[in-house]
Design a protein around this ligand. Structure first.
Ligand code: C2E
Ligand code: CA
Ligand code: CA
Ligand code: CA
Length: 394
């Protein structure tokens, strides 16, 4: 026997754009087509939403035979249908597990077919995946990593490094970007690139980002109280965090708790975070601005924010993405893009900082193009807080 988990790719779209009645009709037609394309001894069950389970009895556990059968069913589903006078075409994602090689009990078959469907969805729509041991290993590994991340939060294995942001003319440090580090008990220091994606995917970025925000504000306040120059601290914000309910109020609470004045906090939002939901992002951005916090657009130039949208964002600073800075002054295109972003910022009355600045030649080009500020190895790598403090005292 073969068990397949099946999820319709376009149900939500139809339901949202043509209404619930159209969505229900789509489900009904699809279910009817599935039942018509299987044998009497087979089973088609809808398991909530737009997911179905197919149980094909008496089918041998042979890849070619199984795939041929399921492709027939997929073709039946994919034939155009008329809904509300429109012709629609439906595709689906399928995960498959065969008895006995990929599961010896119904429970195992279900779990493995579900895992395969998850993989099919990851690979994009209109896809069919048969369960493999490798999928199980990957899922297992991911669970382990997730548990490790949770342990890191509980066991206080996170710390912040700080990288100076400096004025290009005076060389004065005016801000510190807080960059997250994970000191793993066995694997040593881990960079955010190696764990933030999983943290994002699992939602653990919300408590982690919260820790970052609080620790960064606390550190900045401590530097102020130690009589060091009044710096701004800038904190990276992930999309999941930014979309939390009442997030701006939460930021205000953290500021009150740590005693840092709002004007010393800058939040770095990426262009893609903002563009995912412009009206929602705008509302939160205005709430943050009302609190007195500053906003910057990180990785600027890599997304697709339109100029007219940019004008409406209550931001103070653009951060030119490192990928453009990297190849100046050598690369003609990157030179042009960088210069264009700088003049765009100037025309909109925004400050502009270049990140990833490593060489004197880059500094010269940026200064010549009118860039206000730089951040990068040229001036300093990200530093542990004690080293950052020593730099400020020099
Ligand atoms: P980002 O916000 O673009 O941060 C700048 C990254 O460039 C940092 O990498 C920094 O160490 C690196 N960098 C700085 N100057 C130079 C340079 O001159 N040359 C080169 N090649 N690299 C330079 P890092 O610390 O590994 O962080 C990577 C990314 O992880 C960050 O990119 C940010 O997107 C994310 N991240 C870091 N901390 C946090 C956090 O607390 N929360 C969230 N949500 N994301 C974070
Ligand atoms: Ca779906
Ligand atoms: Ca950043
Ligand atoms: Ca960046």
């Amino acid at each position: 026997a073969v068990l397949a988990f099946l999820d319709l790719d376009n149900f939500k779209l139809v339901n949202d754009t043509l209404g619930h009645a159209a969505g229900d009709e789509l489900l009904k037609v699809t279910a009817t087509r599935m039942r018509a394309s299987v044998r009497k001894s087979d089973m088609v069950v809808r398991v909530g939403g737009d997911e179905f389970i197919l149980l094909l009895n008496g089918l041998p556990c042979e890849r070619d035979v199984v795939l041929a059968r399921l492709e027939d069913i997929r073709a039946a589903i994919a034939a155009p249908m008329q809904i509300n006078g429109r012709s629609l075409q439906i595709s689906c994602s399928m995960g498959v597990a065969c008895f006995p090689n990929q599961g010896k009990t119904v429970g195992e078959l279900l779990a493995n077919a579900d895992m395969a469907m998850y993989r099919a969805k990851e690979l994009g729509r209109n896809n069919l995946q048969v369960f493999t041991e490798e999928m199980a290993d990957k899922a297992h590994e991911k669970l382990l990593k997730q548990a490790e991340l949770r342990q890191a939060i509980a066991g206080q294995e996170f710390l912040l490094h700080f990288q100076p942001q400096v004025n290009i003319e005076s060389g004065r440090v005016f801000a510190a970007e807080a960059l997250l580090r994970w000191r793993h008990p066995e694997r040593g220091m881990i960079s955010p690139g190696d764990f933030i994606p999983l943290a994002e995917e699992t939602g653990l970025i919300v408590p982690i980002g919260d820790w970052v925000l609080r620790a960064a504000c606390r550190q900045c306040k401590a530097w102020h109280e130690a009589g060091l120059p009044l710096l701004i601290v800038s904190v990276n914000v992930s999309a999941r965090q930014f979309r939390e309910r009442n997030w701006a109020a939460h930021v205000a609470a953290v500021l009150a708790e740590t005693g840092l004045e709002p004007r010393f906090l800058e939040l770095e939002l990426t262009e893609s975070l903002i563009m995912q939901d412009v009206p929602g992002a705008l509302a939160t951005m205005h709430e943050l601005k009302a609190i007195g916090v500053h906003l910057a657009i990180d990785d600027f130039g890599t997304g697709y924010s339109s100029l007219s949208a940019l004008k409406r964002f209550p931001v103070r600073r653009l951060k030119i993405d490192r990928s453009f800075v990297e190849d100046i002054p050598g690369d003609v295109d990157d030179r042009a893009i960088t210069a264009a972003i700088i003049s765009l910022a100037q025309n909109l009355g925004l400050r502009v900082i270049a990140e990833g600045v490593e060489t004197q030649a880059q500094v010269e080009f940026l200064r010549h193009s009118g860039c206000d500020e730089i951040q990068g190895y040229f001036f300093s790598r990200p530093l542990a807080s004690a080293d950052f403090e020593a730099l400020l005292r020099q």
